[in-house]
Design a protein around this ligand. Structure first.
Ligand code: DAH
Length: 344
C-alpha cells in the first residue's frame, strides 16, 4: 500500500509538472485528490488495516495529499504568472508614441470683451444688471419715451412675437427695470450687458443678433461732465492711455440732450485711415442725459435727480480692439477664428 501511494504521488507530480493550463490542472486535482481518487480510496480502506498501522498510514496519506496539493498550488501560481507576463508582453504601451492632441475650448471673444468692459466699470463703482431678451413693448419702447406710433421706433426694426411682446432691440429696457426695482433709491449705477435683436440684413457690419452694454448713473447732481469723465476713463482702460474721446450732438428719444461718442482712431492715432474713413474718429456709442419723462415713468423725480445713460455695441468694440473686419465672424464660430483668441 505504501508503494502504491508513492507511485500515485510520483505519477501525480509528474503530470502536474507537464501541465500548462488551468483546466488540465483542475482535472488532475480531481483525479488525485477528489472523492473518487485512488488516494481517497486508500483512506477508505484504512479500516481493514491492523490498528497499529493506521496512524502511520494516515500520516503517510496526508503527507502525499499535502505534497500534491502544494504542487497544484504552485502550478496554479505559475500559470497565473505566465498569463500575466504574456498579457504584459502583448499589451504593452509604447510610451514614446506622441499623444493625440486634445482640442480645448476657449472663451468666446465677445464674452472676453464683455468681461473686460465689466471689469473696467466695476472698478468705477458700477454694478451689473440684467434683463430679459424677450421684452414687452412697454419696457423696450414706451417707458423709454417712445410711445406707439413714435417715428423713432423705425430706427430699430423689431422682431415682434405678439403686438405687445418682442425681442428687445436694445439693452435700454434694463434701465427702466432697474429703476423700478430700486424704487427711488440712489445711486442707480449699473451697466447691463446682453443680446439684442434687430430685423437687419446681415453683412460685414450688421447682424440681426448682436450685443450691447448699457450704462446708467442716476443720482443728485449728475451731469454731462460725469458722463464724459467716465467714458474717457473707459476708453483709456480699454484702448490705451493716449485715447481721446469726442461728443457730438445727436438725438435719442430717451435722452436730452443726447450725444454720440467718438474715440480717437486707435489704428492711425488720428491721422486718418481706412477704418476711421480718414476722419481720425470712430463712433462707438450713443449717450445722453436721461430724459425727464423716463425718470418720471420709472419713479424718479426729475426735479431732484438727474442721470446719464449710454449704450455701446460690444462687437464694434471687439472689432476695433482685435482688428476683426466682419461682424459675422463672431456668430459663424469657425474654430480657426475662435482659436486666435485662446489667450486673451
Ligand atoms: N439704445 C440705443 C441704441 O440701441 C443706444 C443708446 C443711446 C443707449 C443713448 C442709451 C443712450 O442709453 O442714452 O441705439
Amino acid at each position: 500500500m505504501r508503494e502504491k501511494l508513492m507511485q500515485l504521488k510520483d505519477e501525480a507530480l509528474a503530470k502536474i509538472a507537464q501541465i500548462n493550463h488551468e483546466k488540465e490542472l483542475q482535472d488532475v486535482k480531481v483525479e488525485y485528490l477528489g472523492k473518487k481518487s485512488p488516494i481517497t480510496e486508500v483512506l477508505r480502506g484504512m479500516g481493514q488495516l491492523p490498528a497499529e498501522e493506521r496512524p502511520l498510514m494516515g500520516q503517510l496519506v496526508n503527507d502525499v495529499r499535502g505534497e500534491i496539493e502544494e504542487a497544484v498550488k504552485e502550478k496554479a501560481e505559475a500559470i497565473e504568472e505566465a498569463k500575466l507576463n504574456e498579457k504584459l508582453a502583448t499589451e504593452s504601451i509604447d510610451v514614446t508614441l506622441p499623444g493625440r492632441p486634445v482640442h480645448a475650448g476657449s472663451t468666446h471673444p465677445l464674452t472676453a470683451v464683455v468681461e473686460q468692459i465689466e471689469e473696467i466699470f466695476l472698478g468705477m463703482g458700477f454694478k451689473i444688471a440684467e434683463g430679459p431678451e424677450v421684452e414687452t413693448d412697454y419696457y423696450n419702447f414706451e417707458a423709454l419715451n417712445l410711445p406707439k406710433e413714435h417715428p423713432a421706433r423705425d430706427m430699430q426694426d423689431s422682431f415682434y412675437i405678439t403686438e405687445e411682446i418682442l425681442l428687445r432691440t436694445h439693452t435700454s429696457p434694463v434701465q427702466v427695470r432697474t429703476m423700478e426695482k430700486m424704487e427711488g433709491e440712489v445711486p442707480v449705477k449699473i451697466i447691463c450687458p446682453g443680446k439684442v435683436f434687430r430685423r437687419d440684413d446681415d453683412d460685414a457690419t450688421h447682424s440681426h443678433q448682436f450685443m450691447q452694454i448699457e450704462g446708467l448713473y442716476v443720482d443728485k447732481n449728475i451731469s454731462m461732465s460725469d458722463l464724459k469723465g467716465i467714458l474717457l476713463q473707459f476708453a483709456r482702460e480699454m484702448f490705451g492711455e493716449d485715447q481721446r474721446i469726442r461728443l457730438r450732438p445727436s438725438f435719442f428719444p430717451f435722452t436730452e440732450p443726447s450725444a454720440e461718442v467718438d474715440l480717437s482712431c486707435m489704428l492711425c492715432k488720428g491721422s486718418g485711415c481706412r477704418v476711421c474713413k480718414q476722419t481720425g474718429w470712430i463712433e462707438i456709442l450713443g449717450s445722453g442725459m436721461v430724459h425727464p419723462n423716463v425718470l418720471r415713468m420709472s419713479g424718479y423725480d426729475p426735479a431732484i435727480y438727474t442721470g446719464f445713460a449710454f449704450g455701446m455695441g460690444v462687437e464694434r468694440i471687439a472689432m476695433l480692439k482685435y482688428g476683426v473686419d466682419d461682424i459675422r465672424h463672431f456668430y459663424t464660430n469657425d474654430s480657426r477664428f475662435l482659436k486666435q483668441f485662446n489667450r486673451i
